[in-house]
Design a protein. Structure first.
Length: 204
């Protein structure tokens, strides 16, 4: 099925059961758990209310990609904001992008991106920012082919892990990493004395 045959429409309350399934797939990709176990906060623990809230919230635009049979193939969330927290660059943020495993290669991903571009045009936004799992090589290649370039890398860690690592005696801070970085040298082709590479002393 070509991507142009897939249409994107706003999600409705009738879509919630399918959206919960999409959410489970997205959660498993972001936070892998042992086989047979589900991450804490999985479907059935009040998440249906969150989806209903997103559907009714005018500040959020939850959409689904569907085929000719109107069966949902994937979903995405559109919100507006700044491309950067400290820069005034209005942009459309696309998050919670997921296409079900059994509906890959049907054009749902491209249809969702096309819908995002149309939504951005409609609201006068020049930039589209997509949240992508950094460990998903396929997803990153997909968005790169469509012109998306890296903007920032977000890392996630459980609070318990962070506290344990911070208490470890050998934890390196950002400042210590800079101080410990070895000074490299470049040898001139003429055989002259190597020049150190490092911070430049403005008083020298």
């Amino acid at each position: 099925m070509p991507w142009s045959a897939v249409r994107v429409r706003p999600a409705t309350s009738d879509d919630v059961p399918v959206l919960l399934g999409f959410g489970d797939q997205l959660r498993d990709r972001l936070l892998p758990t042992p086989e047979g176990k589900r991450a804490r906060g999985a479907s059935g623990r009040g998440l249906d209310a969150r989806y209903l809230g997103a559907i009714s919230d005018p500040e959020r635009h939850l959409v689904v990609a569907v085929g000719d049979d109107d069966v949902p193939l994937g979903m995405a969330m559109f919100t507006t904001g700044s491309a950067s927290a400290l820069l005034d660059l209005p942009a459309l943020h696309v998050s919670h992008v997921v296409v079900s495993d059994r509906n890959r290669r049907r054009g749902a991903g491209k249809a969702l991106v096309a819908a995002a571009a149309a939504y951005a045009d409609e609201h006068g936004l020049d930039q589209v920012v997509v949240s992508v799992n950094p460990t998903s090589r396929e997803a990153n290649r997909f968005f790169a082919r469509l012109g998306f370039a890296p903007l920032a890398v977000r890392r996630v860690a459980p609070v318990s892990v962070i506290r344990r690592r911070l208490q470890a005696p050998d934890v390196a801070t950002a400042d210590s990493v800079v101080r410990r970085r070895p000074r490299r040298t470049v040898r001139l082709r003429t055989g002259a004395t190597p020049l150190p590479l490092g911070p430049v002393d403005p008083e020298a």
